[in-house]
Write a protein that binds this ligand. Structure first.
Ligand SMILES: Nc1ncnc2c1ncn2[C@@H]1O[C@H](COP(=O)(O)OP(=O)(O)OP(=O)(O)O)[C@@H](O)[C@H]1O
Ligand SMILES: [Mg+2]
Length: 251
C-alpha cells in the first residue's frame, strides 16, 4: 500500500478550480516530484494534504488513514510535515528555538527535544547559526531552517514546497544531497520544484499539473520527453536542456 494516496482531489475557491480530480500515489521510501507552471495548483495540493484547506471533493489517505478532513495539527502528529514556499521562520526566536518548536510536537521531555533539535540543526548545516535570530538568516539558511523544523517533527512524509528556489547553485547541490540523504534514512519525500536540475536526478516519479489538472505521471526521463508536458511547461528550448541533463546521468 502507498504511504500517500490522493484520490480525485478537487479544491475550488469560489468559481476558481485550483485542483480538479487529481489522483496520484506516493510509495514509501521514494521521492516524488510535483511540477507544473505557476498557478497550476501545486501549493494548493500541499495545503489540502497538510490539513490547511478542506478539499471540496476527493479523498486523501495517509499511512492507511483517511485524513481528508483532519486539521493540520492532527496530520502532523500522524507523521506528515511540510515546508512553506514563502519561508515562515519565527523571526524573533533563535534558529535552535525554531527547530525546537518542531521537536516538541512529539517530544515533551525538554532534554530529548533538545537532542532532536541539535541533530536536525546539524543535518541541515545550520550549526554555525544556532543562536542567531531566525529573521537574520540569509534566504538559503531560512530555506534550510524550514527543512530542519519540519524534520524535527519526526515525519514519515516530508512535503517540500520549492525548497531550493532562490538558492545559489552550490546551495542547490547541497540541498539536493540533503534531500537524498533524508530519503536514504527512510523519509518519503513529495517535493514541488521549478528547478529541474534539483528534482529530475533524484525523483523516482514526477507528477505534472497544469491548470489544476494532472497531465502526466511518469518517471523523470519519460516526463521530459512527454509532448503534452513540453507544450504546457518546459517549452522546446528547456526540453533540450533537460535531455542533455538526462544524457549526463539523470534517469
Ligand atoms: N486561498 C486562496 N484563495 C483563492 N485562490 C487561491 C488560494 N490559494 C490558491 N489560489 C489560487 O489557486 C491557483 C493555484 O495556486 P497555487 O498556489 O496552488 O499554484 P502553484 O502551482 O503553487 O503556483 P506557483 O508555482 O506559482 O507557486 C491560483 O490561481 C491561485 O491564485
Ligand atoms: Mg506554489
Amino acid at each position: 500500500m502507498a504511504l500517500l494516496e490522493v484520490d480525485n482531489l478537487t479544491m475550488t475557491f469560489g468559481s476558481l478550480v485550483a485542483n480538479r480530480d487529481v489522483s496520484f500515489q506516493v510509495e514509501a521510501g521514494t521521492i516524488v516530484g510535483l511540477i507544473g507552471p505557476n498557478g497550476a495548483g501545486k501549493t494548493t495540493i500541499f495545503n489540502c494534504l497538510a490539513g490547511m484547506y478542506k478539499p471540496t471533493a476527493g479523498r486523501i489517505v495517509f499511512d492507511g488513514r483517511d485524513i481528508t478532513r483532519l486539521p493540520a495539527w492532527k496530520v502532523s502528529r500522524l507523521g506528515m510535515a511540510r515546508t512553506f514556499q514563502v519561508v515562515r521562520p519565527l523571526k524573533e526566536m533563535t534558529v535552535l528555538e525554531n527547530i525546537l518548536v518542531g521537536a516538541y510536537l512529539r517530544q515533551a521531555d525538554s532534554d530529548r527535544a533538545m537532542e532532536i533539535a541539535l541533530r536536525c540543526l546539524k543535518t541541515c548545516f545550520l550549526e554555525g547559526d544556532k543562536d542567531r535570530p531566525a529573521g537574520d538568516l540569509t534566504i538559503g539558511n531560512k530555506k534550510r531552517l524550514e527543512v530542519a523544523r519540519a524534520l524535527a517533527t519526526g515525519p514519515k512524509l516530508l512535503l517540500l514546497d520549492e525548497a531550493v528556489a532562490g538558492l545559489t547553485s552550490t546551495e542547490v547541490r547541497q540541498m539536493v544531497g540533503l534531500i537524498r540523504g533524508l530519503r536514504d534514512e527512510g523519509i518519503t519525500i513529495l517535493m514541488v520544484e521549478h528547478i529541474m536540475e534539483a528534482i529530475m536526478p533524484i525523483a523516482d516519479k514526477i507528477v505534472v499539473l497544469d491548470g489544476g489538472i494532472k497531465i502526466a505521471e511518469d518517471r523523470p526521463a519519460a516526463v521530459v520527453a512527454n509532448e503534452t508536458v513540453i507544450k504546457a511547461y518546459f517549452g522546446e528550448k528547456f526540453s533540450q536542456r533537460l535531455k542533455t541533463m538526462k544524457q549526463a546521468g539523470a534517469s
